[in-house]
Ligand binder design. Structure first.
Ligand code: K7E
Ligand code: CUA
Ligand code: CA
Length: 593
């Protein structure tokens, strides 16, 4: 395609999308009984639990949304790169979560890709990681408590975008730097720009090494045997404008041979850049990076559950490119590693799997999910398209239950749609994003339900509830600094420094009051000594900007300077009992003369 024709193709695609929206169709012509039976498939009776946890990225909300499926009920949202008063998270200076987030960058983020820890190629229910595209960060959420436990800013990257667990045992977390910069070369010169893939320690998130990559890295995945890290690359032109980035008919899937990279590290074939070992793949004894040609500005990068293929989903090409992973380091010409390249429809973005040999590709421009038979497509059998389902509207990611593991359940698929348009009650010029739940257990897809979400879920991962519930704690383990039942007290530790310790339990704080002096540096430590789940307390100091949230067993601290003299009540912010309103005490600040 010439430059002009590819630009007009994009324009055409946008027009097509617009027409599809204008012709907003209603659900297909099921009878009322059919619709009732479809809706009963998402009905979860009062008191019963959903079968799946769904973790949706929060996009520009900066966190993770947790829904139950199939009901579509929002269970929790986990703040990661954003303050959230409800959970006492990063909202008050002088608290641990605030200081940790502030130390890595701004108090907001743009999260795209939640990923889950694996053992033996299946989810082990320990950790979830999520990127912050806007500030080059990655964070780990502990699934025992659904709380953010680590955040780092990844050195040498801009735009941490695609992230993935290296299967089958979470040997690394990989994170792509989508934008090319001068950091590796140190020269502000477009010809010296480079992009990066970082290989991180899963727990500490410290980079163990990074690999220089040509072009932009986009979405990431890994092979099932720990050998390969994959990324789509849409800018082999190495351009800095949109026109430049769509010049070529082909870009690539980049495959990084992890074993070869580790061998290069052992031979000392790296440079230290900002404290990180960086491998330049052009300077290693063994080949580390392979670029397999994929048309055109590909986006999704998805490995099949059996580990045979990695798929590059076309975006500007109506195709999915199926690459045989076993051939990557065997063929002379990397084109010979391509097993098939089926046409699927307009604007294909992401592909997911049911574990029964079918792939499901999201079509942004066509506003559809297309189901296709992988082996038939590879064999050139023209009947490889199995089904198409209209979605509302303009789907980005799509994800099937447990599709990223070696054992997908092939039960449900979520279509994460960018626009909801007329689907919900209007709330102003902008509308919620929409997720549609599709039953994929049969030959034909069945649309079950749609539920709105805060902006903007990009991707989702699922866990079977039965696999995660045993890991979720009933109460937080008492920390080393926990205040014991009889340990409430005030300690003056210096001429201008006071430590206040108290417990919280229905419906009383361990201290009815305490007194400090104006100008004192005050550290308050509170432990919620409840021993049963769901008995949360809080402590807000009226007009002092202080608010702690305390889950059962949890200890929280805050440090501040008592600048204002007077009486300041602290009160419980969680409605914990009939005497909740009486659960309060006084902080008295004596004026300094
Ligand atoms: Cu397709 Cu950031 Cu995963 Cu959004 S990316 S859709
Ligand atoms: Cu404790 Cu309300
Ligand atoms: Ca390109």
């Amino acid at each position: 395609m010439s430059k002009r024709s590819s630009q007009s193709w994009i324009l055409g695609a946008v027009l097509v999308a617009g027409l599809a929206l204008a012709a907003a169709c209603q659900a297909p012509s099921e009878s009322p009984q059919d619709l009732a039976s479809l809706s009963s498939r998402t009905y979860v009776p009062v008191g019963e639990w959903d079968k799946y946890y769904a973790f949706l990225s929060g996009g520009q909300s900066g966190g993770v949304f947790v829904y139950g499926l199939p009901s579509g009920r929002l269970i929790r949202s986990i703040p990661v790169y954003e303050p959230r008063a409800a959970y006492g998270y990063a909202s008050v200076p002088g608290t641990e979560s605030y200081e940790r987030l502030a130390a890595t960058g701004p108090m907001w983020g743009d999260t795209h890709h939640p990923i889950l820890s694996e053992s033996g190629g299946d989810y082990d229910g320990k950790s979830l990681w999520i990127n912050d595209k806007a500030n080059s960060r990655i964070a780990r959420v502990d699934l025992r408590t659904f709380e953010t436990k680590a955040i780092v800013k990844i050195p040498n990257l801009q735009a941490t975008h695609g992230i993935a667990v290296i299967s089958p045992d979470t040997s690394y977390i990989i994170a792509n730097g989508e934008f090319r910069t001068e950091v590796p070369s140190g020269r502000v010169d477009v010809t010296a720009y480079s992009s990066m893939m970082a290989f991180l320690d899963p727990m500490t998130l410290e980079p163990r090494f990074e690999v220089l990559m040509p072009g932009n890295c986009d979405i990431a995945d890994s092979s099932k045997d720990g050998r390969w890290a994959f990324t789509t690359m849409y800018n082999l032109e190495e351009a800095v404008t949109i026109e430049g980035m769509i010049q070529r008919e082909e870009d690539a899937i980049g495959a990084i041979d992890i074993r070869a990279a580790e061998a290069a590290l052992e031979r000392g074939e790296f440079t230290m850049i900002n404290g990180v070992k960086v491998i330049d793949p052009e300077k290693t004894t063994e080949r580390v990076v392979y670029l397999i040609p994929v048309p055109k500005n590909p986006h999704g990068c998805d490995v099949t559950p059996d580990g045979k293929y990695v798929m590059g989903t076309g975006k500007l090409s109506p195709t999915v490119t199926v690459i045989d992973i076993s051939k990557i380091d065997q063929v002379e010409n990397l084109r010979d590693a391509i097993a098939g390249q089926p046409d699927v429809g307009l604007g294909p973005l992401h592909t997911t799997f049911d574990g029964r040999g079918n792939a499901y590709t999201s079509l942004f421009v066509d506003s559809q999910i297309v189901k296709w038979d992988i082996e038939k497509a590879i064999a050139g059998d023209p009947t490889y398209i199995v089904d198409r389902m209209d979605v509302h509207y303009n789907v980005g990611h799509t994800q099937a239950t447990l599709a990223e593991t070696m054992h997908p359940t092939g039960e449900y698929l979520l279509s994460l749609n960018k626009l909801s348009k007329d689907q919900f009650l209007p709330v102003g010029p902008t509308m919620p994003e929409s997720q549609e739940l599709i039953d994929i257990s049969g030959e034909k897809m069945m649309m079950l339900a749609s539920f709105p979400a805060e902006p903007e879920p990009h991707d989702a991962v699922f866990m079977l509830a039965k696999d995660l519930i045993p890991h979720v704690v009933q109460t937080e383990e008492l920390a080393e600094n926990a205040v014991p039942e009889d340990g409430s007290r005030v300690e003056r530790v210096g001429p201008n420094e006071v430590h206040v310790y108290m417990t919280a339990i229905r419906s009383k704080y361990g201290l009815n009051d305490f007194t400090v002096k104006q100008g004192d540096k005050v550290t308050i430590t509170i432990t919620n000594i409840e021993t049963i789940r769901d008995m949360s307390h809080g402590s807000a100091n009226e007009n002092y900007g202080i608010n702690l949230a305390l889950d059962p067993g949890q200890t929280r601290t805050v440090t501040f300077v008592a600048e204002k003299p007077g009486t300041y009540w602290y009160y419980c912010t969680w409605f914990c009992s009939a005497l909740h309103l009486e659960m309060r005490g006084r902080m008295m600040v004596e004026a300094s003369e």
